[in-house]
Design a protein around this ligand. Structure first.
Ligand code: URA
Length: 469
């Protein structure tokens, strides 16, 4: 048995380096102890590579491994190595076998880690601390898994202009306005408690607390009691719960306060929608002549997915490959979308995937067809199809990829980079969320920038689990 240990048990680069060396040396999973040498012995040397090139490892597996490694289960290194071994020893299609024990276990880990990340994003509360040269914001949080390095980019995006430190028992993250660094774990005593910000937050929370939506069990599930001690607003909960009924009665007596104006006009009643079932709509859309985009295009690219999907994902417009295949998101952006979904632990076949505009718009350039953005009239001409798809499917939530889809759902004032990655309640009772379009990630110039943006994209997509569970 070869003993191997890792300095940082949740780091993909380190695990991958050792796993690769073991694989090249032909050491089977049964002969590796990932617990390392322990107190009284070091690691064993991994034998030199046998003949042969390094086997190709699918990108999907690396994405999956990256999330699983953040899980607290000590078996994760061994299970991942067994999966890697199987993938490279005749079981290329392993990841597609959802019933396989290893695959199912890994997906459960991904779900739990993503949920933990979601909770951290929702429940971290920074407290203001005055220091010599200004203000620093400090937060204490106790996640269930080692997720700090994975969640920190989200807080960088959210609080770019602040200096902050995020303290957890396993590690800490620090942002100085320019650079993100990580340190070893902290203790609760390192984080300040109680200040004016907390009072502000309590006032804010009691004003947004909606008694008509009060479901104590769901609240405990969403905001588990273990997080309450770090939340200034939690001290208000018993009082708010007690007063919920009278407050709800008062709310019902008043006019609705939902800011309907903010949302796109087409979601209000009054638009004539094409009739018939979803498959009838698909047939009718083939003959659509509401704008001129149909003329040079190969075909209408209608949405695809279950007709009772809980989530409708809305992209922008089909590209070259979608136009030829007649299916949404099958080209390079679609492939990246699929990979990111897998990283977020979401099955694409649970989603209905469609576009704001259903025809490819392009400019011929020699033999190539260069993508052109559909203009406002073309987007408006296509709106009844999108509205009808949503009407027939009746999803619980909409997810918009890119600014065109986000503005179609939320209205022209929606600011994607500021408002992405959070659920909003629509006037029709659905939730909606927007994130970047996968083709934005493909266009980013630097690798580091692309990796950070990709991690943020996966993290936004993982919010869909709130609706799919
Ligand atoms: N981009 C989109 O917005 N939709 C597609 O279907 C493909 C690329």
């Amino acid at each position: 048995m070869l003993r191997v240990s890792l300095d940082d048990p949740s780091d993909l680069g380190e695990w991958r380096g050792k796993a690769r060396a073991l694989l090249l040396a032909g050491i089977s999973p049964d002969n590796v102890d990932w617990g390392g040498g322990g107190l009284f012995g070091g690691d064993d040397d991994i034998p030199p590579p046998r003949n042969g090139a390094a086997p190709a490892v699918p990108r999907d597996f690396l994405n999956l491994a990256n999330t699983v490694l953040a899980h607290s289960d000590p078996r994760r290194h061994a299970v991942l190595y067994r999966m890697l071994w199987r993938l490279t020893h005749g079981e290329k299609g392993l990841l597609a076998i959802a019933t396989d024990d290893d695959v199912a276990w890994a997906h459960t880990c991904v779900k739990q880690v993503n949920r933990d990340m979601h909770k951290m994003k929702a429940f971290v509360r920074f407290r203001e601390v005055a220091v010599d040269d200004g203000t620093v914001y400090v937060a204490w949080f106790e996640p269930g898994h080692d997720i700090v390095t994975r969640v920190a980019p989200f807080f960088v995006r959210r609080f770019t202009g602040m200096r902050w430190s995020l303290l957890t028992p396993a590690r800490t993250a620090h942002w100085d306005g320019e650079q993100l660094t990580f340190g070893t774990g902290a203790s609760r005593a390192d984080a300040p408690s109680g200040d004016t910000l907390e009072d502000l937050w309590r006032t804010y929370y009691s004003s947004i607390f909606n008694p008509a939506r009060l479901k104590v069990d769901a609240m405990k599930r969403e905001m588990p009691v273990k997080y309450w001690k770090n939340l200034p607003e939690a001290s208000l909960i018993p009082e708010l719960v007690r007063d919920a009924l009278p407050r709800m009665q008062a709310m019902v007596a008043r006019d609705a306060t939902v800011p309907k104006k903010k949302f796109a006009a087409w979601q209000k009643a009054g638009m004539d929608l094409p009739e018939g079932s979803l498959s009838a709509l698909r047939q009718q859309a083939r003959e659509c002549r509401a704008c001129d985009l149909w003329k040079p295009a190969t075909q209408t690219v209608f949405g695809e997915g279950p007709d009772d999907a809980r989530i409708v994902v809305i992209g922008e417009q089909p590209g070259d490959q979608e136009d030829l295949a007649g299916k949404p998101f099958v080209g390079p952006a679609g492939k990246l979308f699929d990979t990111a979904l897998a990283g977020a632990g979401i099955a694409r076949n649970a989603l209905y995937v469609t576009n704001t505009v259903k025809h490819f718009k392009f400019e011929p350039r020699g033999k190539r067809r260069l993508h052109k953005r559909a203009n406002a009239e073309e987007q408006a001409a296509c709106r009844p199809w999108l509205a009808a798809e949503i009407d027939r499917i009746q999803p619980a939530a909409l997810v918009c990829l890119g600014a065109m889809a986000a503005q179609a759902v939320f209205g022209a004032s929606f600011r994607l980079m500021e408002q992405r990655g959070q659920w909003f309640d629509l006037p029709d009772g659905r939730r909606a969320m927007a994130t970047v379009h996968p083709s934005y990630l493909l266009r980013l110039p630097g690798e580091a920038e692309r990796e950070a943006a990709y991690a943020a994209f996966v993290s936004d997509l993982s919010l869909m689990q709130d609706v799919l569970v």
